[in-house]
Ligand binder design. Structure first.
Ligand SMILES: Cc1ncc(COP(=O)(O)O)c(C=O)c1O
Length: 305
């Protein structure tokens, strides 16, 4: 392995203000150290919950409607009564930001579980106390050095599931499949895990959506088997709006290893360049021109939104 300092798509410089943040727990704003849920909570016991990660730029939450759409779609699918409307959740999120005087460069984790259980068993009917809603907002800004360092990926044997098992479109509290994949990649000396679909086509990483650039064209997976990432969709949208050829298609590692540029997308890091996959160096090991163009267009979109 090359001697590149460890880096991740979710690295952020430490911010001392986060020691004193207030966290929303079921309608109350409480200091971080007192922000707790029951050991009987469905999320803690079983991973029975869903969440959204959102980012604040210059006083506004980027693409909040899309995040709430995805949360409510997931809740409907898993039969979870959030117990709050979109307006309630929106107000709660804004209350957290106001209580913490957060204007920009903050990251929100909005979590909803099936709530406290009567007994420590799986049956959803044991969750008789209503949902648990927690909102953590932290001062957090991606470490810009990741653009120069680039991410190293390792392709892992753990593939993305079919909708027949746990649909990859659920931002579930249980991320074990992704965590096992990431552990495997870390043991192989990489920063993040590249995951294939059940047929061996390149799909996604454990925490981000995956794009390659070949001869000026931008390729990403068909969208099956991966998180329906909001950043992924916005990147596709900005490409289409700016005459950058973009394709959602099947492709394999043959195409990925020989790509001119590779990058990842996700709410926190926006777009993050990849410089190495399975020991193969990508392009010139620098963030390429298509990456920079898309990143600039995405920034403009956030300003307009
Ligand atoms: C597995 C996975 N892929 C991709 C993403 C990125 O999605 P988004 O762009 O909506 O943040 C996430 C974010 O939660 C994720 O968990």
């Amino acid at each position: 392995m090359t001697e590149v300092p460890h880096v991740s798509t979710h690295d952020a410089p430490e911010d001392v203000r986060n020691a004193d943040i207030l966290i929303y727990v079921d309608g109350k704003l409480v200091p971080r150290e007192q922000a707790v849920v029951s050991v009987y909570d469905s999320g803690f016991m079983l991973g029975d919950g869903i969440w959204e990660g959102m980012r604040i730029y210059d006083g506004h939450i980027a693409f909040m409607d899309e995040h709430l759409d995805r949360l409510f779609e997931a809740a409907l699918y898993i039969d979870l009564d959030i117990g709050m409307t979109r307006a309630d959740l929106t107000k709660a999120v804004h209350d957290v930001l106001a209580a913490n005087a957060m204007q920009t460069d903050a990251h929100i984790r909005l979590m909803v579980t099936r709530g406290k259980k009567r007994k420590p068993f799986q049956h959803p009917h044991l969750s008789i106390f209503g949902s648990t809603v927690v909102i953590i907002a932290e001062h957090s800004k991606p470490d810009d050095s990741v653009i120069d360092k680039g991410i190293r990926l390792h392709t892992v044997p753990h593939h993305r599931g079919m909708p027949l098992t746990q649909d990859a479109k659920l931002n579930s509290h249980s991320k074990l499949n992704c965590i096992i994949a990431l552990n495997h990649a870390i043991r192989a000396g990489a920063d993040e895990a590249l995951m294939l679909d059940p047929f061996g086509f390149v799909n996604t990483t454990n925490a981000c959506n995956f794009f390659i650039v070949k001869k000026g064209q931008v390729w990403t997976s068909t969208g099956d088997y991966c998180m329906n990432g909001i950043t992924r969709q916005k990147v596709i949208d900005v490409c289409r709006a700016n005459d950058i050829p973009v394709f959602e298609r099947n492709y394999s590692l043959v195409d990925a290893y020989s790509a001119d540029e590779v990058f990842l997308t996700g709410t926190f890091g926006a777009q993050t360049p990849v410089f190495e996959i399975d020991g193969r160096v990508i392009g010139d090991k620098i963030a390429g021109p298509v990456f920079h163009r898309i990143r600039a267009l995405y920034k403009d979109l956030i300003v307009q939104s």
